[in-house]
Design a protein around this ligand. Structure first.
Ligand SMILES: Nc1ncnc2c1ncn2[C@@H]1O[C@H](COP(=O)(O)OP(=O)(O)O)[C@@H](O)[C@H]1O
Ligand SMILES: [Mg+2]
Length: 291
């Protein structure tokens, strides 16, 4: 009889997907700062730049990468989780980065299968994988948010952002992913006709996060490529980032219990997949929005 193995298999890291229905809302700023805030808790953190056409995480962190996800994909069949480390750029905070390809046309190389494998390899090496997504919900975003433990949806108080965020939340509901979502109201104290405190009830959500508006600190950080939680650790934005990071680690959204009704859990996962397939095929056929 085989001896029981003493080798402990570490549990895979958690995936945090940062999304927004509009561009320019603050996804990259949040990705970078939440990743560095998590790294300051002595956790092993990777960022996947999931804005595969126009990713700018490397720029926002002032790193000059030697490799991108395109190089990983070219070797994907030969790689294990040790090998992938070689392709990651490292930031002085300890955060590792898998950058987006250097040209938008390479984005289509990131297939569903590649993405699943890359995320799994990154999870094997890190406590958290923070993913900066492209705008809205594209097929690659669906692969990522499906694998994510938590989905952070960012909005601000502009009417167009709120309208599109509502549609995004409705879509996430249709995809059966709504229970993983936390809303971040970025620039919550910006001048606006809509009050930030009304947004949660408008969307019927709870446990939302609020991040203040601080143009000077935010633009300086993006332009210099230094995360706010490093350069302005005592600023109002940094405090909000530390608070979100703590909440992610101390109060993670728990997956629904598996054992009580294993069959129905598997059943609902299958149903979720079928729903997603249906949604995308409908979208392709009609050129519509899947309603
Ligand atoms: N809380 C904030 N206060 C002030 N400016 C912000 C804030 N969050 C983001 N910004 C600014 O908004 C712009 C877009 O942010 P970015 O993270 O690049 O957005 P995205 O990745 O969603 O396109 C940047 O110039 C950034 O400095
Ligand atoms: Mg961005």
């Amino acid at each position: 009889m085989a001896e029981p193995s003493n080798i402990e298999i570490p549990s895979p890291g958690k995936v945090i997907a940062i999304c927004s229905a509009k561009g320019g809302i603050g996804k990259t700023l949040h990705t970078v700062n939440l990743a560095v805030a998590l790294a300051k808790k002595n956790l092993n953190i990777a960022i996947l730049d999931g804005d595969f056409q126009f990713g700018d995480v490397s720029l926002a962190m002032d790193v000059q990468p030697s490799f991108t996800i395109k190089d990983v994909i070219e070797e994907i069949d030969r790689l294990d989780s040790q090998d992938i480390k070689h392709y990651l750029a490292s930031h002085s905070s300890g955060v590792s980065i898998l950058p987006a390809p250097e040209k938008p046309e390479y984005a289509e190389l990131v297939t569903s299968e590649n993405l699943q494998k890359i995320l799994t390899l990154l999870q094997q090496q890190h406590d958290y994988v923070v993913v900066d997504n492209g705008v809205g919900i594209q097929e690659q975003t669906v692969d990522i948010i499906e694998k994510a433990d938590q989905i952070l949806v960012l909005t601000n108080l502009e009417m167009t952002a709120l309208k599109n965020t509502r549609m995004m939340l409705e879509t996430l509901e249709k995809l059966g992913l709504r229970d993983k979502v936390r809303l971040i109201i970025n620039r919550y104290n910006m001048e606006s006709l809509i009050k930030s405190e009304d947004v949660a009830s408008m969307f019927e959500i709870e446990n939302e996060f609020y991040v203040p508006n601080n143009f000077k600190v935010a633009s300086q950080s993006i332009n210099l490529g230094i995360p706010i939680v490093t350069s302005h650790a005592k600023s109002d934005i940094a405090k909000a980032m530390f608070k979100i990071a703590s909440s992610l680690t101390s109060d993670p959204i728990q997956p629904k219990p598996v054992d009580i009704d294993n069959q129905s859990k598997l059943g609902s996962r299958k149903k979720g997949k079928q729903r997603r397939k249906k949604w995308f095929s409908f979208k392709r056929k009609k050129g519509g929005d899947g309603k």
